[in-house]
Design a protein around this ligand. Structure first.
Ligand SMILES: Nc1ncnc2c1ncn2[C@@H]1O[C@H](COP(=O)(O)OP(=O)(O)OP(=O)(O)O)[C@@H](O)[C@H]1O
Ligand SMILES: [Mg+2]
Length: 157
C-alpha cells in the first residue's frame, strides 16, 4: 500500500492536481473521491477533465448522478451522494461503465467501497482551513502503486 499526502492551499491547486491526474490518466483508471460537502471533489474532477483535453463545462452530477465527458479518454463522472443502496449504483450500469477503458471518477466513493476493484486509486480530502485542503492519495494494488509514485514525481506542476 502507498499513501501520500498533498497540500492544496488554494482551489486553483486542487484544480491543477486534477489536471495532472487527467494528463497521466491511463485507460481503465478508477478514482474514488471522498471528503465532506464542499471539500473540492467536483473541482478536482473539473481539473481531470481539463487534463484529458475536455474543454467544455464540467458540473456536479449530484442530481443527474452521472456525466460523460469526451477527451483523450472518456471521463465517466459519478456522484453517489444521493444514493442509499449499492444496488442503485449497479442499476446505473456501474460494471458496464467501469469496463469501457475510460477514466472513472466517483464523488462520495467511500459510501460503497465494495463496488470498486482492488486497483482503484483513492483520494480523501480533509479541511485544513477555509482555503486549504489536505489530499490523501492511496493505492493498495501493485498495478496502481506506480501511478501514485508518478503523480508525486510530477507534483507540484
Ligand atoms: N484548497 C481548495 N481546494 C478545493 N476547493 C476549495 C479550496 N479552497 C476553497 N475551495 C472551495 O470549496 C468549494 C469546493 O466545491 P466542490 O463543489 O468542488 O466540492 P465537492 O467536494 O464536490 O462538494 P459536494 O460534496 O457538495 O459535491 C469551491 O467553492 C472552492 O472554491
Ligand atoms: Mg461535488
Amino acid at each position: 500500500m502507498l499513501t501520500t499526502s498533498i497540500t492544496c492551499d488554494t482551489p486553483e491547486q486542487t484544480f491543477q492536481l486534477g489536471q495532472l491526474i487527467g494528463r497521466q490518466a491511463q485507460p481503465g483508471d478508477i478514482w474514488s473521491l471522498s471528503g465532506q460537502l464542499g471539500a473540492g471533489k467536483t473541482l478536482l474532477v473539473q481539473g481531470i477533465a481539463k487534463g484529458l483535453g475536455f474543454e467544455g463545462p464540467v458540473n456536479s452530477p449530484s442530481f443527474n448522478l452521472q456525466h460523460i465527458y469526451e477527451g483523450r479518454l472518456n471521463l465517466y463522472h459519478f456522484d453517489w451522494y444521493r444514493l442509499m443502496n449499492p444496488r442503485e449504483v449497479e442499476d446505473l450500469g456501474w460494471f458496464e461503465w467501469t469496463g469501457r477503458g475510460g477514466v472513472v471518477a466517483v464523488e462520495w466513493g467511500d459510501k460503497f467501497p465494495k463496488l470498486f476493484p482492488a486497483t482503484t486509486l483513492k483520494l480523501f480530502f480533509e479541511f485544513l482551513s477555509e482555503e486549504s485542503r489536505r489530499v490523501i492519495v492511496e493505492a493498495s494494488h501493485p498495478e496502481s502503486i506506480p501511478r501514485v509514485e508518478e503523480l508525486i514525481k510530477c507534483w507540484p506542476l
